[in-house]
Ligand binder design. Sequence first.
Ligand code: DGL
Length: 243
Amino acid sequence: MSISNVRELPVGVFDSGVGGLTVVREIMRQMPNERIVYFGDTARVPYGSKSKETITRFSEQIMRFLLSQNVKAIVVACNTASAYALPTLEQECPVPIIGVMKPGARTATEKTRNGRIGVIGTNATVSSGIYTSYIKELMPEAEVLGRACPLFVPLVEEGLWEDPVTDEIARRYLTELMDEGIDTLILGCTHYPLIRKTIARTVGESVELVNPAYETALELKHMLGDLDLLAKEHPSLASTAFM
Ligand code: DGL
């Protein structure tokens, strides 16, 4: 296949459910010419309470499915899968593949003023300690405070984005982190930007929220640009051309 044909192939994006659509939204904003194949594993969500082996096996299956759709690159738009499965996927994947955690960690170190960074995510993401390692590589003096928020994912999947129940759960999860004096909070689960307003209301204006989706889309853009793989044609024109 010629390079110009490869450029017009879609980008594969996956998550355990609907959360990865927050990353898709950013990709579409920053790269409107790209076509996207999205896989949300709503049959097996949540991943956050599953073992590393299970998360890796599910992620490998999805990677193979996306490759069967002829994608030119893959975005693991799930923090939990990025935390546990990305190193394995990187070894097996014949096309470029990126996760969401490094971009999120980098943004948090750029935004913090007092070096106290909160990370919220699934049980698996927070207990992996991977955000902490990435942040410390960039800012060894940073204090990273993690808090798992397992009920946020089912609340989002149920569509309770603006609901008193979500407000109450957010207060219970986030009060402790606020008491620790964080000034920056990484939304370390792709579902959380969908309840960003609730989280922002709860932590107040003095805490800056970091949504890794934006930086991930930017990293994808740079990577495709460096490889000369950015799509040139708008998707609607591309599909018309193939008809
Ligand atoms: N949205 C996923 C993440 O970014 C995880 C949600 C889940 O399946 O538990 O971590």
